[in-house]
Ligand binder design. Structure first.
Ligand code: PEP
Ligand code: MN
Length: 347
C-alpha cells in the first residue's frame, strides 16, 4: 500500500503518516521521487484499514499495489532506478553499460589479458566467476578467493569495475570485499537465504533470471533484496530453458521492455548464456540494446578454445571489438550512449 502525499505536503505531515503506519504495526518506507512524495507501507497483510491513513492531513490518495511484488514495482516507484557504482558509472541511466570478461577466472595471465582486451575495446566493467555454479561436480569450480584477488588486480590495472558471483550466504561477505557488484546466478535466483544475505551486504546486486523462472518470480526474488533494504538491484535476462536444444537457452528479449514497464529496476542482458553459441552472441547483443537493455554482459576470453568453462559461447578480443562497434551504432540510433571506462588505478 502506498500513501501518496499532496503536492506541497509538509515534512511534519509526512512524518505523521510514517508514525501512524508504525503505530499500526507496519514498516514505513518514504519513497524519494521528484514527481510525488509517497510513503510505502511494507508488509500489508490485508488488515490495514486505508481510511485511517486517508484521513490524515496532507494525504492525497491511497494506492493499492496490485502486483505480488511491491517495492520492485513501477506502481511503488515511478522513476527509473539508476544504480550508482564507484567512479560515477551508473546502470539504468542514459548510457548502456557493457560488462565483459571470461566465464571463470582461470589465472592471472588470463584475467589480466581479458581485462585489458575488453577495456581497450570500451567495456567499463569486468565479469569473471571465482566461485562457479557448475552443473557437474567434476567440472572446474573456480579459483575461490584467489580468483577474487586476481579480479581486484585486474581492476587496479584497468579501471574496470568488477562483477562476480556469490554462491552461498556464507560466501557473500568475502565476495563483497572484492566485488563492485555481487552477482546472484540463475541457479540461485530462488535461494532465499542467499538473497537475504546479499540484501544486507551493502553492495549492489546483479540478479540473474532463473533457468525456468517466470518474470513474476524474478521480480519477487528482487523483492527479497529490497525488503532487506538493498535498493541497488540490477536484473539480468540470460535466457530460459526451452524445448529446443538447438540453442543453450531461449533468449527472452520481450522480458527487457516488459520488465522495464513492470519495474523501476534496471535490466541488463546476457546474450552469452542466452544463446550458448559464439556466432549468435553479437546479433543478440544488438537486439538487447535495441530492446532497451541498460547493459549487456558478454563472455570474452583471450583464447576461447582453451577456456575452462563456456568456451563455445566466448568471444575473442576481435569479435568483442566488433560487438562494441555495433552496440555503439544501436545506442546512437536510440538516443543512448555507451558508458566510458574509468581510468586505471595503477598502470
Ligand atoms: C555466469 O554468468 O557466470 C553464469 C554462471 O551464468 P548463469 O547463472 O546465468 O547461468
Ligand atoms: Mn559462463
Amino acid at each position: 500500500m502506498l500513501v501518496v502525499m499532496k503536492h506541497g505536503a509538509s515534512a511534519e505531515e509526512v512524518q505523521r503518516v510514517v508514525e501512524k503506519i508504525r503505530e499500526l504495526g507496519y514498516d514505513a518506507r518514504p519513497i524519494p521521487g521528484q514527481q510525488r512524495t509517497a510513503i510505502g507501507l511494507v508488509g500489508n497483510d490485508g488488515r490495514v484499514d486505508p481510511s485511517r491513513l486517508a484521513a490524515l492531513s496532507g494525504v492525497k490518495e491511497i494506492i493499492h499495489v496490485t502486483q505480488p511484488y511491491k517495492q520492485v514495482s513501477r506502481e511503488w516507484k515511478e522513476e527509473q532506478t539508476v544504480v550508482q557504482l564507484p567512479g560515477g558509472i551508473a546502470i539504468g541511466g542514459h548510457d548502456v553499460v557493457v560488462i565483459a570478461g571470461p566465464c571463470s577466472v582461470e589465472s592471472e595471465k588470463q584475467i589480466v589479458a581479458a581485462a585489458h582486451a575488453v577495456r581497450t575495446a570500451g567495456a567499463s566493467m569486468l565479469r569473471g566467476g571465482a566461485f562457479k555454479p557448475r552443473t557437474s561436480p567434476y567440472s572446474f569450480q573456480g579459483l575461490g578467493e584467489k580468483g577474487l584477488k586476481l579480479l581486484a588486480k585486474a581492476r587496479d590495472e584497468t579501471g574496470l569495475l568488477v562483477v562476480t558471483e556469490a554462491m552461498d550466504p556464507d560466501g557473500v561477505d568475502l565476495v563483497a570485499e572484492y566485488a563492485d557488484v555481487i552477482q546472484i546466478g540463475a541457479r540461485n535466483m530462488q535461494n532465499f537465504s542467499l538473497l537475504r544475505r546479499a540484501g544486507r551486504s551493502g553492495k549492489p546486486v546483479l540478479l540473474k533470471r532463473g533457468i525456468a523462472a517466470t518474470i513474476t518470480e524474478l521480480l519477487l526474488s528482487a523483492e527479497y533484496l529490497l525488503a532487506e533494504g538493498n535498493h541497488d538491484v540490477i536484473l539480468c535476462e540470460r535466457g530460459v530453458r526451452g524445448f529446443d536444444s538447438a540453442t543453450r537457452n531461449v533468449f527472452d528479449i520481450t522480458a527487457i521492455p516488459l520488465v522495464r514497464s513492470l519495474s523501476h529496476l534496471p535490466i541488463v542482458a546476457d546474450p552469452s548464456h542466452a544463446t550458448g553459441q559464439r556466432e549468435l552472441v553479437i546479433p543478440m547483443a544488438r537486439a538487447a540494446a535495441a530492446a532497451g537493455a541498460d547493459g549487456v554482459m558478454v563472455e570474452v576470453h583471450p583464447k576461447p578454445e582453451e577456456a575452462l568453462s563456456d568456451g563455445m559461447q566466448s568471444l575473442d578480443a576481435e569479435q568483442f571489438e566488433q560487438l562494441m562497434r555495433e552496440i555503439r551504432a544501436i545506442t546512437d540510433a536510440i538516443g543512448r550512449g555507451v558508458a566510458e571506462p574509468l581510468p586505471a588505478v595503477s598502470a
